[in-house]
Structure formats: C-alpha cells, structure tokens
Design a protein around this ligand. Structure first.
Ligand SMILES: [Zn+2]
Length: 388
C-alpha cells in the first residue's frame, strides 16, 4: 500500500513538473510573439524619452535599422519595461487598452493556450494533497512554510480591512482628478486607466515624476549605494571580479564578496537587463553552488557559495547606463537580500547552508529587510549624493 502511494505521488510530481514547465514556456513564447510597430508619434504621446529610446532601440534590433528616439518607428512589446511605459504614460487610451489586454491574456489562446494546463495542474495538485492526507493544495504548500492557511487568511483580512477605506478614498480622488483633466472616462476608470491617472495625480501632488528620478538611479549609482550599505551592515566588501568566471551574456557581471580581513567568502553573478528574446520575466535569485566542506578543493577550507541574481530592468539606451525606476531599485535590493542569505552563511553543510532547508516564507525575511532600506532616508540620500 505504502509503495503504491509513494509511486502515485512520484508520478503526480513528474507530471506536475512537466505541466508547470510547459506553462512557463507558453507564457514566454506568447510574450515574445507580441510586437506592435508604431510609426506615428501622435499614437504614443506622453511616453518619456527613456521609453521612446528603448522602443526605437527595440525597433532597430528587429530590423528597422533607421529607427530613432525622435522619429521612430517605435516597437512596443510585452516585456516589462515596454509594457509598463505604455500603461503608465501613453495618453492614447485605446493603445493602453490594447497593450494591457494583450498582456493579461498572454498564453490564453492558440498554440500557447494555458487554460487546459491550469485545469490539469489544479486537478493533480488536489490529488497530490489527498494522497498526502491534506484537504487541499494550500495546506501542502503551507506545510513547508512558517505560516498556516488560517494565519495567511487572517493576515489578508487584516490588510483588507485596514486599507479598504483609504483605497475607496484613493479611487474617489483619482476619479476627481481625471475629471478635472477633462478625461471622459473619469467615471468608468478601467484597469488600463489606473496606472496612467495615478501617475499624473502623483506628479500634480508632488511636482516630480517617476521618470525624473531615473537619472539618480543609474545602475552604477545604485550598485555603489547597495554595496556601501552592505559594508555598513555586514562588514563585507564587494568587488568586481569580471573575467574570473565565464558568463552567459556580455551584460552579466561577476562579483567577489570579501570579509573585513579581505578574504573571499562568496561570489555572485548579476544579470540585470531585460532580454525578451531569451529571458523569462520577473526577477529571481538562486544558488549556483552552496557553501560546502565536503566539496572542498583543498580539504581544508569550505567551497565558497556562489549565487546568481537575475533582473529584468530597463536596459541601457544608447551610450547611457541603465536608468532605473525606484521599483527596479527595490527589486535589486530584494534579490540581493536573498543572495546575502546564501552567501554569508557560516554553515559548511551545503544541504542546509544559505537558503537551503529554510521555510520558503522565511527566506523572504532577508530580502524584505534589504528592500526596506530603499525607504531609509540616509540610504536614499547616499544614492542621490553619488550623482550630485
Ligand atoms: Zn523574494
């Protein structure tokens, strides 16, 4: 009997892995497939120069070799920097709707349709849960976390009730503002309107736009600010070590982390920019190898941990460095927090070193800890001061 159950579980797991791979492939292919060439500048009014530059650069890479920031043509894709620039900045409501719709319905039709795959995944997950003696997959998932299903629901409800009134008021303010700007749709704001009007409302309130902040957050500045912070908090030095290890793309950087005596304790790869043709969306960190005494080369000192950090931020346009949004800065800090947990471990048994063997919600603590420093006045000032 026990053998049958474990065999069944093994089969379900194999099938689930296959399905979730297929799911990811479909999203990736569907994202890659979409492109929209714009030749009339009127159609993309409102887009900031960074976004126009990126759209022209994308057009060049797709065969429109004479594309320029000023005269186009401009290529819009569903890749995050491009998609976000449209829904946040394009004055053209129909274009926002078209791009928003294309984005949220990715992989839901044709040969990249994920609908059936989702049904199958749900069915198999429930079977898996029942075989393991749980009521549902949420319980299986929580078995590897600090939280429980009840605790998670309690937290969600706490957040909902605390934010409800403020959210209703925000929506009212947004409608009121859109109306004052002559937007016919003010009483019927749809998902493709929210980011656009919120951005304009913020600009009118604080007299500064997200775009105006970009030059302060150039990638070299941000990394310097981040490494300075890491030095202050953890007494580590981070140095460029490009060339020490082979990389998979010329944009990928390699770094060495040293302790306060100057001894290497870890390494990490950093792959910052969005590359729609070969990289899936989002941002993540993972271990390449863990700290390990067993895998020691000289039999004395442990093998050092290596991490990789992958982001999808705005690539450099022309000869300027990547100019990041604040959200992109937060993302780098977040992933770096994960990487630190992997790299600063003192545990020599790789199976339980760094991020291994820790509840998956607990691994979000160091990443959130680092991310919150972006809101720290002194840290932000340092990022600014590097530039000024
Ligand atoms: Zn995370």
């Amino acid at each position: 009997m026990a053998l049958t159950v474990s065999r069944l579980l093994f089969m379900r797991k194999k099938e689930l892995d296959k399905l979730s791979n297929k799911f990811d492939e479909n999203v990736f292919d569907a994202t890659k497939k979409f492109e929209k060439l714009i030749t009339n500048k009127k159609e993309i009014e409102g887009l900031p120069a960074t976004a126009l530059g990126l759209a022209a650069q994308t057009a060049v890479s797709k065969g429109h070799e004479n594309a320029t920031l000023e005269n186009g043509p401009w290529m819009i894709t569903l890749d995050a920097p491009s998609f976000n620039s449209i829904v946040r900045h394009a004055q053209n409501r129909a274009l926002r709707e078209e791009i928003y719709h294309a984005y949220v319905t990715r992989a839901s039709s044709g040969d990249t349709n994920n609908s059936l795959i989702i049904d199958q995944i749900l069915k198999l997950r429930l079977e898996q849960a029942k075989l393991l003696g749980y009521n549902n997959y949420a319980e299986v998932s929580m078995a590897m976390k600090m939280a429980t299903v009840d605790k998670a629901e309690e937290l969600l409800e706490k957040l909902r009730s605390a934010s409800w009134d403020a959210a209703v008021q925000d929506m009212e303010d947004l409608k009121h503002f859109a109306k004052s700007q002559g937007a016919k749709e003010y009483d019927d704001l749809r998902p493709w309107d929210i980011a656009f009007w919120s951005g304009r409302l913020r600009e009118s309130k604080y007299d500064i736009s997200v775009e105006e902040l970009r030059p302060y957050f150039s990638l070299p500045n941000v990394m310097e600010g981040l490494f300075n912070l890491a030095r202050t908090l953890f007494e580590i030095e981070i140095e460029a070590a490009d060339g020490l290890a082979p990389v998979w793309n010329s944009d990928v950087r390699f770094y060495c982390v040293k302790d306060s005596s100057g001894n290497p304790i870890a390494y990490f790869y950093f792959d910052p920019y969005s590359r729609p043709s070969e990289k899936r969306g989002g941002a993540w960190m993972d271990g390449v190898v863990g700290r390990s005494r067993v895998m020691s080369r000289d039999g004395a000192s442990a093998r050092l941990p290596i991490a990789h950090i992958v982001c999808n931020q705005t690539p450099p346009v022309g000869n300027k460095p990547s100019l990041m949004t604040f959200r992109e800065v937060e993302t780098v800090f977040h992933e770096f927090g994960h990487a630190l947990q992997h790299m600063l471990t003192k545990q020599d048994e790789s199976l339980v070193a760094g991020i291994r063997g820790i509840e998956t919600d607990a691994t979000e603590l160091p990443s959130k800890f680092m991310e919150n420093w972006c809101y720290h006045r002194q840290v932000c000032l340092e990022l600014f001061l590097i530039e000024l």
